[in-house]
Design a protein around this ligand. Structure first.
Ligand SMILES: C[S@@+](CC[C@H](N)C(=O)[O-])C[C@H]1O[C@@H](n2cnc3c(N)ncnc32)[C@H](O)[C@@H]1O
Length: 389
């Protein structure tokens, strides 16, 4: 008879895998990941299955099949644990469509961010986005629970996390509310880490930082986003550099259960096709180029579009109804609706990025100015993009 490994062996194996991947880079975080039971925080989750039409169905899974549960929970995968009830639709026995609202972050991403956070003994840390409570447990195991605070917009998640944390002997400070307002009360922090993304750096986070502190967050810039470590400078400027770890988080929302829908105009009529040197492969294949597009077009979003004839495209669109799309598969023509400005900016940005020798993320910074305006800049040229307020 073969014996299956128990949770402790799997925790150690996951920690060792994260060391091999380069996500864990210190003995302190290795022993934390080897000792905090992720399965304790994820007794159920939604597994995504995307059908050939591109529709994602979430199948509810739980701990009934212990082997399947433990092998999923101790794999390096994000596990979705909550769906937006306003859009989720039941499509089968324990199967749903809808948008994810909470998850247990991929361990490799979490480990990389915790390393990039550069915590030291005695540091007080605020986490935005408690979710399952697993990351608050990791931080509590590393720093001691009295130095850890965490806030989530969903009260029932905070209460579930509180129970699960307490069962392991951890009692960090927990609160529910909009984490963009910081942690309630007048406590100050050496580090703030957000496990949901924000379109701009909230004032409250800067106000809750101790001198010498820093903020690690996902910045959601529309077309794409990035993980940045922001450090205040003496003059009120806060400067952010992209971290070695890359990844994206679900956006922070204002409602406990659902995302608010931004108003958008009807799509502009099709104004025709023309050849273009920028293909869907160029956009999908190069993250630094997508990031530059997000700097250049901060109000645009990137979606996948399918035509009646089944052709899939990458589509850029803005809330005023303008759009431009290029087909998947490398063909170099663009179809547009609106005045054509959207794709002209894409082509200019592609030209600039290639002229500069295709610089990577380490060549860019995002800055919050003292008056709250944000801009991105290239560190090796004078190029600068206004990201608004
Ligand atoms: C990726 S999950 C967090 C994972 C979590 N750290 C863990 O270890 O399980 C993102 C979380 O952010 C929360 N969230 C979304 N908007 C928020 C907001 N405005 N303030 C605080 N939390 C928010 C979601 O409810 C969700 O639980």
């Amino acid at each position: 008879m073969t014996t299956r490994p128990g949770p402790e062996a799997r925790m150690r194996a996951l920690a060792a895998e994260l060391v091999r991947e380069g996500a864990i880079r210190s003995p302190e975080w290795e022993s934390v990941f080897a000792s905090v039971p992720r399965h304790h925080f994820v007794p159920r989750w939604y597994e995504a299955v995307t059908d050939p039409r591109g529709i994602t169905v979430w199948n509810e899974r739980d701990d009934t099949d212990r082997e399947a549960w433990l092998s999923t929970v101790y794999s390096d995968a994000a596990l979705v644990t909550g769906l937006d009830l306003a859009t989720a639709e039941r499509v089968g026995d324990r199967a749903w469509t809808g948008v994810a609202t909470s998850s247990s972050t991929q361990p490799g991403l979490m480990a990389g961010m915790l390393e990039d956070l550069r915590v030291g003994d005695g540091h007080r840390v605020l986490e935005i986005g408690t979710g399952t409570g697993y990351n608050a447990a990791l931080l509590s195991a590393r720093l001691g629970d009295r130095l850890v605070h965490s806030v989530d917009i969903a009260p029932e998640l905070v209460e579930a996390a509180r129970r699960q944390l307490a069962a392991l002997g951890f009692r960090p400070g927990l609160a529910h509310g909009d984490g963009r307002d910081g942690f309630p009360g007048d406590v100050l922090f050496d580090r703030i880490i957000a496990t949901c993304s924000v379109p701009r750096l909230p004032d409250a986070w800067i106000g809750q930082l101790l001198p010498g502190g820093s903020i690690l967050t996902g910045l959601d810039l529309g077309i794409t986003g990035g993980l940045l470590r922001f450090t205040p400078e003496g003059d009120g400027t806060v400067r952010g550099r992209f971290t070695a770890t890359t990844g994206q988080f679900m956006p922070a929302r204002a409602g406990a259960l659902s995302y608010e829908q931004a108003p958008r105009a009807a799509y502009a009529p099709d104004s025709g096709q023309r050849p273009s040197g920028v293909t869907a492969d160029a956009i999908r294949g190069a993250y630094p180029f997508r990031l530059l597009l997000a700097f250049a077009l901060p109000r645009a979003e990137l979606v996948h579009h399918t035509d009646d004839d089944g052709t899939w495209s990458v589509q850029l669109q803005t809330s005023d109804g303008a759009w431009a799309r290029v087909p998947l598969g490398g063909e170099s023509y663009v179809t547009e609706g609106g005045d054509g400005a959207l794709w002209r900016e894409v082509e200019a940005t592609w030209g600039w990025w290639n002229e500069q020798g295709r610089p990577g993320l380490d060549h860019f910074a995002v800055v919050r100015e003292p008056d709250g305006r944000m801009h991105a800049r290239c560190l090796s040229t004078q190029a600068r993009w206004d990201l608004g307020r």
